[in-house]
Design a protein around this ligand. Structure first.
Ligand code: PMV
Length: 317
């Protein structure tokens, strides 16, 4: 028996970094997915296969994962451990991951993988609800990134557009906006925790400036919420450009990112970093009138692809 589930990646439209200091962010899932296929094995091992290679542990070692070298595999072994504790089985398990989402560039690939693996592994026993899956997936991610807000896993599980802030948590934005983005990859791998730390240093050295930047960000996010309701692409694009200027001021852009944003804004409605920055990806807002030019333009200097909002979230295949 095979249990198959898939979950989408995400982009942050507005508010990354400022969200760490209590400001509302807006994010959405995208139509690029990770698929996890799980099946039982006769051998008493847990094996994870992905484009990054094969990783295996014996069932008896599942309680002792802290010292393992491939840290990024830890959440998957945690998910299996929990499922086995609840369903007391003695079989092994193999998980195969297939991804359409580039890894390590702010598109939520690790959260999507955790959501898909949680659904796929538990689907071998009995299917969990989306609420149960998102909780488990967040716990799994926290085995490697303790401060994880859970925003990525939530949007990956439920799909669509949502806002997130520290006080109110996640709120679905009930919209059917059919927005299209060109995602362009700087190919500069970033470490989210390092970039978040760098922004904290900036804030501590520039408290007054940071306060003003936060006020600007609040205004941008509020205006973006209205622009989304009105489906006003011109306004949304301008707000993305303004948001990018704030991200530049807190020091998380790079020369390559600046170049990509400059080129993207020549043909699209607007462009900005998505996620932690310090490399990673930019998004540019397009529609049928400018999609082709933007893809051609950015394609000369980066790997890029078209993405739309995904409204499905987690799917059991
Ligand atoms: O690069 P990503 O997609 O992991 O995004 C990080 C978003 C931050 O606001 C920089 C950090 C966070 O935990 O919200």
């Amino acid at each position: 028996m095979k249990s198959i589930a898939s979950a989408p990646g995400k982009i942050i439209l507005f508010g990354e970094h400022f969200v760490v200091y209590g400001i509302r962010a807006i994010l959405c899932s995208i139509d690029k997915r990770i698929t996890a296929t799980s099946q039982f094995l006769d051998e008493k091992i847990v094996r994870v296969r992905s484009s990054l290679g094969v990783s295996e542990v014996e069932l008896d070692s599942l309680n002792n994962l802290e010292n393992r070298q491939q840290k990024f595999m830890r959440p998957f072994f945690y998910i299996v451990k929990k499922a086995f504790e609840e369903n007391s089985t003695v079989k092994g398990i193999e998980i195969i991951l297939e991804s359409e989402i580039p890894a390590g560039v702010g598109l939520g690939s690790s959260s999507a993988a955790c959501v898909a693996v949680t659904a796929s592994v538990n689907g071998l026993f009995n299917k969990l609800s989306k609420d149960e899956i998102v909780k488990r997936a967040i716990q799994a991610e926290r085995t490697i990134f303790e401060q994880n807000s859970g925003a990525d896993s939530s949007v990956s599980t439920f799909g669509g557009l949502m806002s997130y802030d520290l006080k109110n948590g996640f709120q679905n934005i009930p919209s059917r906006n059919d927005l299209s983005f060109i995602i362009s990859n700087s190919a500069q791998i970033h470490d989210t925790q390092d970039v978040v730390r760098q922004v904290r240093n900036f804030k501590e050295k520039n408290e007054d400036i940071f306060k003003i930047l936060c006020e600007h960000e609040i205004e941008i996010v509020n205006n973006a919420t209205t622009a989304l309701k009105e489906n006003d692409l011109n306004k949304l694009g301008l707000l993305m450009v303004k948001n990018q200027e704030l991200l530049q001021q807190i020091g998380i852009s790079t020369e390559k990112i600046d170049l990509l944003v400059r080129e993207a804004t020549r043909t699209s409605y607007g462009a900005k970093i998505t996620g932690a920055g310090g490399g990673g990806c930019i998004i540019s807002l397009v529609d049928d009138s400018n999609r082709k030019y933007t893809l051609e333009n950015l394609g000369k200097i980066s790997d890029c692809f078209l993405a739309k909002i995904d409204f499905k979230g987690l799917i059991y295949e």
